[in-house]
Design a protein around this ligand. Structure first.
Ligand code: CMP
Length: 225
């Protein structure tokens, strides 16, 4: 492996090759199997994780013990930065949704990089602004709408986070399990199953195994976004 791996990580995309080499030498590679716990809420943490390949869910447990999914992250995303910046324990659980390869960077090395290369800091802040906007949307969506709309909005989030757009269609290759979609939308697995069938019957989506295709993404967002 070499620095070219890092070119696909948005936070590092603008850096020169020799800097990428240096960053690469500071990182340690780790592999996680599907369902492995990568970070646990309340643990002390001083490492940053960069997801080179795979997907993870960010979760917390509600008071009555249900899993609530705050976000799903995919290739090139980072996590674990919050404990690095505020010195508190991990704010959420991070669990692999599929076999995943991550790079781990120590707190001190990461903070050094941010000081030396403001481009990394700017890219990081951009991503944090995007995450805050999404969380705002999620709060609005969870408090205002019925279960069906919340499921449709969760599908839009998954399309944004994991989907690939092609000729107006969005293809999500590894759709999380129906229980995960339910935990994103704050509803039951049965309601998700019913809603997916309804959307399929009406031609909004197609499903093949764990692949989900939104047939006309712009129209879908207009209707449900
Ligand atoms: P940290 O608190 O160190 O460990 C858990 C990580 O989950 C956290 O850093 C963030 O990287 C990530 N995380 C927590 N909340 C959210 C959220 N709402 N959206 C995306 N990522 C999050």
């Amino acid at each position: 492996m070499n620095d070219s791996v890092l070119k696909n990580i948005p936070m590092f995309a603008d850096l020169r090759d020799e800097i990428l080499d240096k960053i690469f030498s500071l990182m340690q590679k780790r592999l996680y199997k599907r369902n492995n716990m990568i970070l646990m809420e309340e643990d002390v943490g001083d490492t940053l994780f960069i997801l080179n390949q795979g997907s993870v869910k960010i979760t917390r447990l509600s008071d009555d013990g249900r899993e609530v999914i705050l976000s799903i992250l995919g290739d090139g995303d980072f996590f674990g930065e919050m404990s690095i910046f505020d010195g508190e324990s991990r704010s959420a659980n991070v669990i692999a949704l599929e076999d995943s390869e991550v790079f781990v960077l120590k707190r001190g090395d990461f903070l050094d990089l941010l000081e030396k290369h403001p481009k990394i800091a700017i890219a990081l802040l951009q991503e944090l602004a995007i995450r805050l906007r999404r969380s705002d949307q999620q709060i609005e969506g969870l408090s205002l709408s019925d279960a069906e709309s919340r499921i449709a909005m969760s599908i839009i989030r998954l399309a944004e986070d994991l989907g690939v757009i092609k000729l107006g269609q969005v293809i999500i290759d590894n759709l999380p399990f129906q229980q995960d979609v339910a935990n994103m939308a704050g509803t039951s697995r049965e309601t998700v199953s019913r809603m997916l069938k309804l959307l399929e019957r009406k031609g909004w989506i197609q499903r093949r195994g764990r692949q989900l295709i939104i047939t006309n993404y712009d129209e879908f967002v207009k209707e449900f976004g």
